[in-house]
Write a protein that binds this ligand. Structure first.
Ligand SMILES: [Zn+2]
Length: 181
């Protein structure tokens, strides 16, 4: 295992809300993985995000940074935006957010500002993750909201998807440099 996206160990969550859920959390992470695949199909880094309240998915989004040439177009930002539109409220207090990669500082900030209740992420991000890797913004009690966080949900699958993507990008770049090889 040489993947930098090795999942952090999944600590059990202490739920503050009791969602009415027919499906388990892995079900929603699989939907986030499917969204990530859409980003990949369009040539972007495969990162997907789903926001749910009880059993209802209120937003699904994938990373569009390259597609839109927008540094803010992370999967979580787009999903939070869509979720607020769908519910008609900026407060997403009963919402659970599932994302295939550990949120960066921008997205962790947006999660705090939108009062999302629970965050489930797959792979850890040692270069930008701010939910335990570089820092842990979501558990900082100096902010007025601390979501519950579970790391490593389907983490190996999420990490393998990213590792395979970057491997194929490197292979393509190499092929472009040595067209005869
Ligand atoms: Zn982000």
């Amino acid at each position: 295992m040489d993947s930098p996206f090795t999942p952090a160990c999944a600590a059990p969550l202490r739920p503050r809300i009791m969602p009415r859920m027919e499906h388990d959390h892995e079900h929603y992470m699989r939907l986030a993985i499917a969204a990530a695949r859409e980003a990949e199909a369009l040539g972007d880094i495969p990162i997907g995000c789903v926001i749910a309240i009880d059993d209802t998915v209120i937003a699904t989004a994938f990373n569009r940074r390259e597609i839109d040439q927008d540094p803010l177009a992370h999967a979580e930002m787009l999903a939070i935006h869509a979720a607020a539109k769908a519910t008609g409220s900026w407060r997403l207090e009963r919402a659970r957010l599932y994302v295939t990669l550990e949120p960066c500082p921008m997205c962790a900030g947006a999660i705090i500002l939108s009062r999302i209740e629970e965050v489930y992420f797959g792979a850890s991000d040692p270069k930008a993750g701010c939910c335990g890797s570089l820092m842990d913004l979501l558990s900082d009690t100096r902010f007025n909201h601390q979501p519950q966080v579970q790391a490593g949900l389907l983490g190996e699958e999420c990490g393998a998807m990213l590792t395979a993507f970057f491997r194929s990008v490197r292979a393509r770049k190499k092929a472009d440099r040595n067209p005869e090889a």
